[in-house]
Ligand binder design. Structure first.
Ligand code: PMP
Length: 354
């Protein structure tokens, strides 16, 4: 830290992104990217836009908002697009939380919530998940805090049914409930249909996973118009051109290619279920997942050892040091071939330790 660094950030611990190594060619199952390239129409639209990069992007993201509103059945004033869904989550902490409106989220969840809270000077409570890593909805009913809930949750992969999400939203009418649906397309129920009913609900989604655009950085928030206006106040006070031209065009292309999207999601779900069964055969406990990753642990090898041994053998998974989950690894669902290689390698590693 230099002597110039502001005191307000003195105790800030930044988020640690998953490794993006360049030293060798890994099978990369550590950051929940899609193993499939973007839709050809997304790539084509982005390429065309590259020729206009001398011009600023449309701060209102008009084409993208119009396309998304049609696809998702929302009003055009009910969506804000951002530089990844991380940005809309940060905007939500900035717009709605402060010392009088603290935040609450599970103790085991997306690690960025804590960082965004600290960055925005927001006090927060971490509510323990149950022993089986499920959310106890009663812990979130009428708690007088702004709630951030990933559904499905990460890194566990476990989803709450929509009726439970609705209970949380309904019982906290004077607080914002942010439902982070980064992984919702892989089998969970979206809360988007509840937006018309609840003025305190903000749903966030990303194009990084099911739409294969992690490197383009595109996400959005959906809520009733007054909330979107507040988020726009934050956006226009920080970076009005937060979504670049190529990304915006790629987003439209990806939304229009529903067939490609549906095929990849289906393939990922099938590969996930195949991988789960195979890991269980090897003696792993695997949480039920509605995402594009699995959260798995085994008595045969501890989480960190498995992570390191897989890395030595060219396969990257994600290990977290947090006490409650240090026995686990989070494994992104790649192609079927990649997962067969993973299972073979895990088999060899665990065989050697028996
Ligand atoms: N929410 C959750 C639960 C995530 O796992 C991620 C991906 N790291 C994000 C939000 C943010 O994704 P992005 O910024 O790529 O949209």
């Amino acid at each position: 830290m230099s002597r110039f660094f502001s005191k307000k950030f003195e105790r800030l611990t930044p988020y640690t992104p998953g490794e993006q190594p360049r030293d060798m060619k890994y099978i990369k199952l550590n950051t929940n990217e899609s193993p499939y390239p973007p839709s050809p129409s997304a790539a084509e639209f982005a390429k065309r836009e590259a020729e206009k990069l001398q011009l600023y992007s449309d701060p209102e993201c008009t084409d993208l908002v119009n396309t998304a509103a049609k696809t998702l059945g929302l009003g055009e004033d009910e969506i804000i697009f951002t530089n990844g869904s991380d940005e809309v989550l940060n905007f939500a902490f900035a717009a709605f939380c402060d010392s009088d409106h603290p935040a609450a989220f599970p103790d085991v969840t997306y690690g960025f919530y804590k960082v965004f809270a600290a960055f925005n000077g927001v006090p927060y409570e971490e509510i323990p998940l149950r022993a089986d890593f499920t959310v106890d909805v009663n812990d979130y009913t009428g708690i007088n805090k702004n709630i951030f809930i990933a559904n499905p949750n990460a890194p566990t992969g476990v989803a709450l049914p929509l009726c439970d999400i609705e209970k949380i939203v309904r019982s906290n009418p004077d607080n914002i409930v942010v439902v982070d649906e980064a992984y919702v397309d892989f089998g969970a129920e979206s809360a988007l249909p509840l937006i018309g009913k609840y003025g305190n609900l903000l749903v966030t989604q990303t194009f990084s996973k099911s739409r294969s655009l992690a490197g383009a950085r595109l996400g959005f928030g959906a809520a009733q118009a007054p909330l979107i206006r507040d988020l726009n106040t934050v956006k226009y006070s920080t970076n009005p051109y937060n979504v670049n031209r190529m990304t915006m065009a790629a987003g439209v292309g990806a939304l229009l290619d529903t067939e490609y999207f549906e095929r990849n999601v289906k393939e990922t779900i099938e590969t996930r279920e195949f991988t789960k069964v195979e890991l269980e055969k090897l003696g792993f406990t695997v949480l039920p997942s509605q995402t594009n990753f699995l959260f798995a642990e085994s008595d045969i090898t501890d989480g960190e050892t498995l992570y390191l041994k897989l890395k030595e053998r060219g396969i990257l998974v994600r290990h977290f040091t947090q006490e409650r989950i240090k026995d686990y690894n989070r494994i992104t669902i790649g192609t079927k071939e990649q997962m067969i290689k993973l299972i073979e390698t895990v088999g060899k590693i665990t065989e050697g330790t028996k």
